[in-house]
Design a protein around this ligand. Structure first.
Ligand code: FBP
Length: 261
């Protein structure tokens, strides 16, 4: 069931749930339109696009339905200053009706609200697996008891929680320590690890990170802003594909990019 989300055993997901998580401050006049993201995902042959259900319902139509769809089942805004919690806003059944090939859910492990999210997530795993849908867990340690969200130990712990709770893929952040990531991948066991992007950074640095991520045994990337905030997302996508699917180095991908100018 996970094969539809992979090419050459690797994943390259385009995330676009920022409208709820961060608000329109992440967007410009082009990428505020979900069709722009779906165009990038379609032409760039991403192995999945990550959307909230409302966007999927209105925009995941026509040719876009060739892109594997990952529906994010929970979400929150960045407005309230409460203990981190993200509750379910879409059922697995609705995701199935919308054409989902997988569902996703964020768990803020370490937050005082963790038990609620563990319970909700575990029920989602049960239902989704009954439908044959893989489940992706955004494992984001967060809250007043988490001193460093990118500490190696907490990242490895987060990956392991994903395995324990039935996730097929965990999406975690990268702390620029390839050795640490190798351990994270080991701790995740049969659950695959993909890495999220973060704020937009320089291209050479971004490509270098991707090379490290792939070489550390992760199954791929699930990024948003670093792609669709870039002025040439289509060419950048081709460069990234070289690292993710062809095993090329960041330097080779960069050389390719420079030749396109
Ligand atoms: P980016 O590559 O843009 O960071 O997207 C990955 C992602 O996990 C999104 O799916 C989500 O909207 C966002 O990051 C949430 O990040 P945070 O909670 O750290 O602000």
């Amino acid at each position: 069931m996970i094969n539809k989300l992979l090419r050459k055993n690797k994943a390259m997901f385009l995330a676009y749930d920022h409208g709820i998580e961060h608000g329109p401050k992440d967007f410009n006049i082009e990428n505020v339109d979900p069709r722009r993201i779906l165009d990038i995902a379609l032409e760039g042959k991403y192995t999945g696009v990550i959307l909230q259900h409302g966007i999927a319902e209105k925009y995941y139509t026509g040719a876009y339905r060739d892109i594997p769809l990952i529906i994010k089942l929970n979400g929150k805004t960045s407005i309230p200053h409460i203990d981190p919690i993200s509750r379910q806003v879409c059922s697995v059944e609705r995701a199935v009706k919308l054409g989902a090939d997988a569902v996703g859910y964020t768990i803020y492990d370490g937050s005082p609200t963790e038990p609620k999210m563990f319970r909700e997530f575990s029920k989602i795993v049960e239902t989704a697996h009954d439908y044959g849908l893989p489940v992706i867990a955004w494992m984001y340690p967060r809250g007043k008891f988490v001193k460093d969200e990118k500490d190696n130990e907490i990242l490895a712990y987060s990956a392991r929680i994903g395995l324990e709770l039935g996730a097929d893929i965990v999406k975690i952040k990268y702390n620029d320590d390839p050795e640490g990531l190798k351990w994270v991948v080991k701790c995740a066991g049969k659950t695959r690890v993909v890495i999220s992007g973060g704020n937009k950074i320089d291209i050479p640095e971004f490509l270098h990170k991707i090379e490290e991520i792939i070489k550390s045994g992760a199954s791929g990337i699930a990024v948003g802003r670093n792609i669709w905030q870039h002025e040439k997302p289509f060419t950048l996508t081709k460069a990234i594909q070289k690292i993710v699917f062809e095993g090329k180095t960041a330097q080779e991908a960069l050389d390719f990019l420079n030749q396109q100018k």
